[in-house]
Design a protein around this ligand. Structure first.
Ligand SMILES: CC(C)(COP(=O)(O)OP(=O)(O)OC[C@H]1O[C@@H](n2cnc3c(N)ncnc32)[C@H](O)[C@@H]1OP(=O)(O)O)[C@@H](O)C(=O)NCCC(=O)NCCS
Length: 252
């Protein structure tokens, strides 16, 4: 069951609508501009800016696709029409027949997109994309294995730079973790930027594995990119407030 209640309980958090997607793409594009994984994928010696043969050109369509795929199965939240967005997965809740159809269609489109990328990108960008995908899949498989079928995943999180620091991302992550808590489920994510660790830890996530990119790549002369696989155990809602309210009612 997708809890519409969450939209009400967390102020200003709304389901991402298709009409919000253009703004949400701009949000992600700006927010991830200095993201270490994105820099690793894009800053290659064979980068050819402004052409179809360059990762930078593909970024907006890829993000747009991810947002669309999440929105059509009701797995995307936003604030202010996409100034801040979060997409997630919840395999523990069955999809409707329409959503299953859309999800299958999206899987086919994703495969076509990945194939188009593989034939369009220059060799080094393609190598780095494959390295990133392989290392992330291996970390998830080796650390969480089949447990992911019982867990929620936080897939994409971004706030436009000019809207950061207002608690938007916190509210969006809480919308996802509240859903996890209400089903007694864990939530996992891959943080592509080490500096976000404190932010996620404050929301109950703990690092369970490092994923390192560029450590054995002679074409990358900067420090290796460290990403973190993080997991949050479900938490029992604090019932104290409810008990106090009940007591006060009885006294009154
Ligand atoms: C991470 C991000 C989504 C946070 O968005 P936000 O809406 O500004 O987050 P909030 O306002 O809810 O921040 C909550 C708290 O975390 C802190 N925080 C947020 N990002 C932080 C960071 N990178 N490092 C340290 N603290 C951070 C904020 O200062 C705030 O602290 P406070 O409550 O004590 O003031 C945003 O910085 C962003 O879009 N970054 C680029 C994209 C990205 O890295 N996405 C996540 C990929 S894993």
């Amino acid at each position: 069951m997708r809890s519409e209640q969450l939209c009400i309980e967390v102020a200003a958090v709304r389901c991402l609508r298709l009409s919000n997607i253009p703004n949400a793409i701009t949000t992600c594009n700006k927010a991830f501009e200095h993201d270490p994984r994105r820099r690793y994928l894009e800053d290659t010696p064979d980068a050819r800016d402004e052409t179809l043969h360059d990762m930078r050109t593909w970024y907006r369509p890829l993000i747009g696709f991810q947002l669309f795929a999440a929105a059509v199965v009701d797995r995307a939240w936003c604030i202010n029409r996409g100034d801040s967005i979060a997409t997630y997965g919840n395999p523990t809740v069955p999809l409707t027949a329409r959503q299953i159809l859309m999800a299958r269609l999206m899987t086919i489109v994703a495969k076509v997109l990945m194939w188009l990328l593989s034939i369009s990108l220059p060799a080094e960008q393609n190598n780095r994309l494959q390295e990133s995908e392989k290392k992330m899949s291996a970390a998830i498989q080796n650390t969480l294995g089949d447990r992911t079928k019982e867990m929620l995943s936080l897939n994409l999180l971004a706030t436009a730079p000019e809207s950061q620091g207002h608690g938007y991302a916190t509210a969006l992550v809480r919308a996802v973790t509240s859903e996890a808590d209400s089903h007694g489920r864990c939530t996992w994510l891959i943080s592509s930027n080490y500096v976000n660790t404190v932010f996620y830890e404050g929301l109950g996530f703990v690092p369970v594995r490092e994923i390192i990119l560029g450590d054995e790549n002679p074409t990358w002369n900067k420090a290796p990119v460290v990403m973190l696989l993080m997991v949050r155990e479900p938490q029992i809602p604090d019932l104290m407030d409810e008990k106090v309210a009940l007591l006060l009612n009885q006294i009154a």
